[in-house]
Design a protein around this ligand. Sequence first.
Ligand code: URP
Ligand code: ZN
Ligand code: ZN
Length: 477
Amino acid sequence: MNGQAAATLIKNGTLVTASDTFAADLLIAGGRIVRIAEPAASDPVGGDVKVIDASGCYVLPGGIDAHTHLDMPFGGTTSSDDFETGTRAAAFGGTTTIIDFAIQQKGGTLRQALDTWHAKAQGKAVIDYAFHMIMTDAPDASLREMADMVREGVTSFKLFMAYPNVLLLDDQSIFKCMLRAGEIGALICMHAETGLPIDILVERALARGHTAPIYHALTRPEAAEATGTERAIALAEMAKVPVYIVHLSAQRALERVMEARDRGLPAYAETCPQYLFLDEDALRGTATDPFEGAKYVCTPPLRPSHHHDHLWRGLRNYDLQVVSTDHCPFCMKDQKILGKDSFAKVPNGMPGIETRLHLMHDAVHRGQISLNRFVEITSTAPAKIFGLYPKKGSLNIGADGDVVVWDPKQALTLSHENLHMRVDYAAYPEKTVLGAPRFVFSRGELVIDATNGAGKSAVCLGRTGRGQYIRCGTFNL
Ligand code: URP
Ligand code: ZN
Ligand code: ZN
């Protein structure tokens, strides 16, 4: 327990779950939530109990970020946060579990990929972590191996319809993976952009001398995502399996998910804060330097701002189930700069692991989602979809003591100086939000203490390497 008290009593707070908001005191002992009681009835039982005063604060289940890329090789470089810096930044933002993506090398085994990602995380993670598996190849041996992965707690497999010759899988391979997933209780996660025509658009843009970051967005149109989403859902329907669309960014892709759900199909989707708070114009950079737009090169690209309302409505109406980050940071210096002469060489991805809860809670203040929906989309729903519930994503008795004491009135500007992600810029440098963690507990251990203020005034007490690998259960919704 890192010299910490054996038990923690969080008093005077307002507990917020995906369904309820109520005043209660919460006791964590042995790393788990052991008691939730009316405030008056919950005096410490004696012994070694640390008492936290949560007056004026919400008490939330720790955030679960179901889509991160730490220490990930991409485009000739590696994402700039590793499992130490990335999970620490996540904790500062109130996230207590991440699900990162192991990547099968083309021709390699899933076991090799899993071993590689365990080695990246082992001894480094500050919070708990689980893995999805990206499959880049689907020979019979890999299809058989999917069952081994499920036994290892890797129960979701991401497939790509984009990035030909690198990550893309053809429809027959996708379909085989889906059939196999159905047999073993796994979930297919889809990067749903139809990638072959995108590559032609990219070639043509570059041939015309269109090299600036904005062409990243202009060569990956909404139609490519809409048709990818429709195809992913149709293949899953044929295979009679659920499908989860990752990083959905656009109205027409969302409409494909809505149509499927209206027909009763088990189609699920996540979006990310960048698609809710930023728009395509960010890729134009500044008046003096268009390359500043490289900060915002991610895939799918940021869309024109009229998409925002559709995505917010999708979150409110349960057509979108999850907000994850797709955290995949690259520094401007040495990394994004690789694409100075060609937008196609800008490493794809943005930082976000630390700011997700801040941004989504700010949306509660602005009336875009309810407080309970905020908890659901950032914690409970990803826990349920990826087989971590109720150990994670809940405040139930017996759940892990992953608890955030959240001060809804604490202001924080999301500037580079105030954040901890290992990247040399901020995605929302001028945005001031209301709401920040005051305390973050992971399995009952106090990992973040922000009593003296948010941002760089907060202190991380979580030891490097204390984070544990968590096995996901099979798909069970
Ligand atoms: O730009 C992105 N999204 N980078 C990470 C890879 C992916 O497709 O999720
Ligand atoms: Zn993707
Ligand atoms: Zn991703």
